[in-house]
Design a protein. Sequence first.
Length: 135
Amino acid sequence: DGVAASKVALVGAGESIRTSEGEQITNLSNKLQMLRSLVLPRDSMHEPAPEFQFKVSAPTVVYISVHQRGGYEPPTGWEKTALQLVWRKTFNDVVYKKSFAAGIVKIPGHNGKSGDAYGFPHAAFVEGAQVEITL
């Protein structure tokens, strides 16, 4: 289930990439700018964005940016924040956070739809420069 690890891209802190095809983030809260992130390719806008997962070596907080399309909200356990992420200068993502123990982190898919287009996959931001991330 979910996307193949080979499609997930790990992005260094300070890089402003929303998808693995290089969609640029044009406004990002300072807190998120300092974190590494994981992003996916857009793939087909006519299919729901897939879930994905990765492993962390220590307890951490993970933030996800959620494309505002189709009224989608993440599953229970994700807490809405006041942090901001804007990409293509016009798309405003809502940012949620969740604490995870060391081990597997599962990022939900996005099945929100407007017209014939589904939302973009979430970008995940991981707290802790010392936390090892493996795909």
